[in-house]
Every structure is written in structure tokens, then in C-alpha cells.
Design a protein around this ligand. Structure first.
Ligand SMILES: [Zn+2]
Length: 140
């Protein structure tokens, strides 16, 4: 299953710093998949991607593609943007989504979210120079 893709008619204000660790994540996102790291020792998930498990410190980890479905845990609007984000439209709407697989992701929120605990879905924001991820309310 592929995440919804929303075209954004500009370049990213801040492009992600892609490392050897995060390259598979960004490659998957460009193909509409959202991946988290999963520990092969204890099974727990981590995001952002990590080279070791933050629960049991095992280095035996791999990638898991998640559904992109979850619920809104928290949200806020940032009216005074840091200088780095000066090119972003203000206010910047950000939140935390608990994915149904049991991992928490901090991200921008696309559009309005009617309230906490509402169903959310991850989306790919396709900018001119590459993708970023966000979440939107399933209710619209
Ligand atoms: Zn572990």
C-alpha cells in the first residue's frame, strides 16, 4: 500500500540531511512507503531510524514498512518560526501521531485536525526537490 502523495509547488525550505543510516528511509518515502527501524532482538520499533535499539541496545535492527494509519496524540501551532524555517508558511502546524504499529512520530500536520485522538494518515509531500512526510486527518 502506498501513502497518498500531495504535490507542493515549491522547493523544501529545509532539505533532510541524508546519511548512510537514513538513505533507505528516504528512498522508501520517495516510493510512497514509510519505514521505521525494528529491533530483531526485542521486536520494538523506533523512529527516527536508529542503528541500535533504544529499548534493549541491540544492534540487530532492520526496516519495517508501516501502514501510515494512526491517531493524533498532540498538536500545536508555531507562530514565531525559527530563522531556519523563515520560508515556511506560518503558523507551522506540527504534531505527534501514534501509529497503529505502536511507534510515535513527530511531524508537520497538513491541513486541519479537528482534535486529539482523531484518526490520521501519513502523507508524502512531494516538493520540486524531493519528498518530506506529514500527517493529515482522515476525516479531512
Ligand atoms: Zn530491542
Amino acid at each position: 500500500m502506498s501513502l497518498p502523495v500531495i504535490p507542493i509547488d515549491r522547493k523544501r525550505v529545509v532539505a533532510p540531511r541524508i546519511t548512510r543510516l537514513t538513505q533507505p528511509f528516504w528512498n522508501a518515502l520517495a516510493e510512497g512507503q514509510f519505514r521505521v527501524t525494528q529491533c530483531h532482538s526485542c521486536g520494538k520499533l523506533s523512529f527516527p531510524p536508529r542503528a541500535f535499539c533504544r529499548h534493549c541496545w541491540s544492534r540487530d535492527t532492520g526496516w519495517l514498512t508501516v501502514s501510515g494509519k494512526g491517531r493524533l496524540y498532540s498538536q500545536t501551532r508555531i507562530h514565531a518560526l525559527p530563522e531556519l524555517f523563515a520560508g515556511e508558511p506560518a503558523p507551522l502546524h506540527v504534531g505527534i501521531v501514534d501509529l497503529e504499529e505502536g511507534v510515535r512520530v513527530a511531524l508537520p500536520i497538513h491541513g486541519d485536525a479537528p482534535g486529539l485522538d482523531v484518526p490520521m494518515e501519513l502523507v508524502v509531500l512531494q516538493f520540486h526537490d524531493g519528498p518530506l512526510f506529514a500527517a493529515r486527518s482522515v476525516a479531512g
